[in-house]
Design a protein around this ligand. Structure first.
Ligand code: GLC
Length: 676
């Protein structure tokens, strides 16, 4: 991508991407550069139209009767029709593959399901779900003629029906009459990804220590609890670089506080852990507890930093701390104020954070809860409920949290506009993490901090990484962990990973062993579990030797992973490449959904089913299998291109080195070098 300067001295880009502006879209700052708008079509309302450069797509825009309003007030956007609708449709040929969409459910090829970009706090990631915590609206269509890429830069709800209604049709519904669309085509799909990444800016890169192994659990309440984790890892002789601190470290779940009874001398404790080679990584939640005298709350009210309702008062919602206000992270002043608050912890020696509940998650709003209680009076008066009344009652009780209606009751101030939350919903976690990232960058200018978030949108990748939220201790989530990686990389999210062992549910020893053999390749490598689940720290299981060796393998891989990461960040490349993109001429490679290239040197093909002794692996070219039991104990097996059944028992990890690369161990570190 080259830059040139126009008459007005403004930097324009010569990029293969073209921009189509419909109406008056919100500038999300996902795209960093000024891409010239080739076409501005604000006039087509309710008619289908093909715009010349959006090849193969038909666009239908159902606009508002009037010009798009500057202020999206309640009148301008009714509940069902927030601000008109834009529908893009395109036929899919049988051979086409559809990749992208970042953090979503199902396979690498997104065909055959419907995905809704609407950041959701939903801990049940079952196959029937349509939304997770992120919205990353980048699609790549390839495999039959020239590849096409489309980025739908709309921060409200966007629905991608990728062959759900009709297997051979892609339909994208944007719940707004305003949109910025970026489109490009090329013979080379990887070039489309690289070019997109250069438009959205360089990915956040953490320091190398953040590639170490981290232990987390919701429920470590005191310094003694954390010390015990460190001690038991040390006793088991399993390396550990981080212990995460979940909400329990705070005083009543208040951001930027510490429970002083549980942590009597926090800076000394942070130092004690650091001396043992362990960094503490605390959580920060989006909601600020409403409590007289709590400085963050008081300052937020005074500075007008919180999201307001239609009547100008601050929205009252509830999350872990009870009633909270939500900072309006879309306002630069709020970002600066909130970002500065992280100093409270950095001054005590903290160097990393995870931002959570930033969809934002809403357990209930004060206004709605009042209505629920009123309605309950009506139910209380009943002698008996017929089945329809009972269903109504069940709905009333079961839909108190994360209600779409609640997300329509508050506003943001953004670039001189007042915007109803649902229209910018997917930006919230992004801007929270931007607040933290911009501030941490000032505090640690060499970028030596760790930062990741639960909710995200394209653009957030410049400020932090992500973890993929509340998965479960299920075998299917092992495969999901692997399948989410390429699309996350496409959207710039290089620092990412899943809760190893599963967050919800009870993890078994074999699941943990197989999971480690996958997540040891992901930049973020963290074992995390929910309150009330079976303890799943690695020392809880019997075969300590196997766990130790898996973690030691990770540490031996870190230099390669970190180099690969650095190169991927600098060259806008993928860390995890599906075989279809790496071997475009190989028919079989097109459909492989459970193997990935990691960097340029090797492929992984992990076991993700219970009680398996190994698995079938497809090799698109001759490769050398290194089957590790520890960094020192390895079988070296040359394999010809084609299908193989590879035996892999619990605790074994297969690395398939490509023919141009050579594997060496140097002082306990793995090197993969190009053959001379
Ligand atoms: C959310 C997070 C989870 C955390 C929990 C308590 O569910 O996703 O990681 O443990 O909140 O803070």
């Amino acid at each position: 991508m080259k830059k040139r300067t126009n008459k007005n001295d403004k930097e324009l880009l010569i990029t293969m991407y073209k921009k189509l502006i419909l109406g008056d879209p919100i500038d999300t700052e996902a795209i960093l550069c000024e891409v010239p708008a080739e076409t501005t079509e604000s006039s087509f309302t309710g008619v289908e139209k093909s715009v010349s450069f959006l090849k193969d797509f038909t666009i239908c825009r159902k606009g508002l009767e009037t010009e798009p309003a500057k202020e999206y007030t309640r009148e301008a956007c009714t509940a069902d029709d927030p601000a008109g609708e834009i529908i893009l449709t395109r036929t899919l040929s049988d051979r086409e593959l559809v990749y992208g969409l970042g953090e979503t459910l199902r396979g690498i090829n997104k065909r055959g399901w419907i995905y809704v970009s609407n950041n959701a706090d939903d801990p049940n990631h079952t196959e029937d779900k349509r939304s997770l915590y992120a919205s990353q609206n980048f699609l790549l269509l390839f495999g039959d003629g020239a590849a096409q890429a489309l980025f739908v830069d709309v921060p409200g709800k966007v629905t991608f029906d990728v062959g759900y209604t009709d297997l051979k049709k892609l339909e994208i519904r944007i719940a707004s009459s305003d949109a910025a669309l970026y489109y490009a085509e090329s013979e080379d799909p990887l070039l489309l990804i690289r070019e997109f990444r250069s438009l959205i800016g360089k990915s956040y890169q953490p320091p190398q220590w953040a590639f170490g192994f981290g232990q987390s659990r919701w429920g470590y309440k005191t310094a003694a609890d954390i010390r015990e984790v460190a001690d038991r890892y040390a006793e088991a002789d399993i390396p550990l670089s981080m212990i995460y601190m979940d909400i329990d470290y705070m005083d009543h779940f208040k951001d930027f506080t510490i429970d002083e009874k549980a942590f009597p001398d926090f800076p000394a404790f942070v130092q004690e852990m650091k001396d043992r080679g362990i960094r503490l990584i605390p959580i920060i939640d989006a909601g600020v507890k409403i409590e007289k005298g709590y400085s963050v709350y008081e300052e937020g009210v005074q500075g007008e930093y919180f999201c307001k309702k239609e009547d100008g008062t601050d929205l009252v919602a509830a999350v872990w701390p009870g009633k909270v206000h939500f900072p309006d992270f879309l306002k630069p002043e709020t970002r600066e104020w909130f970002g500065e608050k992280y100093r409270f912890l950095t001054e005590q020696g903290i160097e990393g954070f995870w931002n959570d509940m930033n969809e934002p998650a809403i357990f209930y709003t004060e206004d709605h809860l009042k209505k629920v209680f009123e309605e309950l009076e009506h139910y209380k008066a009943m002698e008996e409920m017929d089945i329809w009344t009972f269903f109504g009652f069940q709905d009333l009780m079961g839909s108190i949290n994360n209600r779409p209606e609640d997300y329509r009751t508050f506003y943001h101030e953004y670039k001189g506009r007042r915007l109803r939350h649902d229209l910018v919903h997917n930006l919230y976690g992004y801007y929270m993490t931007r607040a933290a990232g911009e501030s941490l960058q000032k505090m640690m200018p060499k970028g030596e901090y760790l930062l990741f978030s639960r909710a995200s949108y394209v653009g957030m990748h410049r400020y932090g990484g992500i973890w993929t939220g509340d998965n479960k201790s299920w075998w299917s989530h092992l495969l999901l962990n692997l399948q989410q990686l390429p699309a996350l990389n496409m959207c710039g999210f290089l620092f990412c990973g899943a809760d190893t062992g599963g967050f919800g549910g009870d993890c078994t020893e074999d699941l943990m062993l197989r999971w480690l053999a996958i997540s040891m390749f992901t930049p973020l490598f963290r074992n995390h579990a929910a309150l009330g689940t079976r303890n799943q720290e690695l020392y809880q299981f019997a075969q300590t030797d196997l766990f130790r060796n898996l973690i030691r393998l990770r540490y031996a891989l870190i230099p390669y992973l970190y180099d690969t990461f650095t190169r991927a960040a600098e060259e806008n490349d993928l860390i995890f490449t599906p075989l279809s993109l790496a071997y475009p001429a190989d028919e079989r490679a097109r459909t492989v959904e459970d193997q990935l290239l990691v960097g340029k040197a090797f492929m992984i093909a992990p076991v993700y089913t219970q009680n398996a002794s190994g698995r079938y692996v497809y090799l698109p070219e001759d490769m050398t299998l290194y089957r590790f039991r520890s960094p020192e104990d390895v079988d070296v097996i040359p394999l010809k291109a084609g299908d193989h059944y590879v035996e892999l028992s619990l605790g074994e990890v297969g690395i398939y080195v490509r023919p141009d690369y050579e594997f060496k161990t140097e002082n306990g570190v793995f090197r993969f070098t190009v053959k001379a």
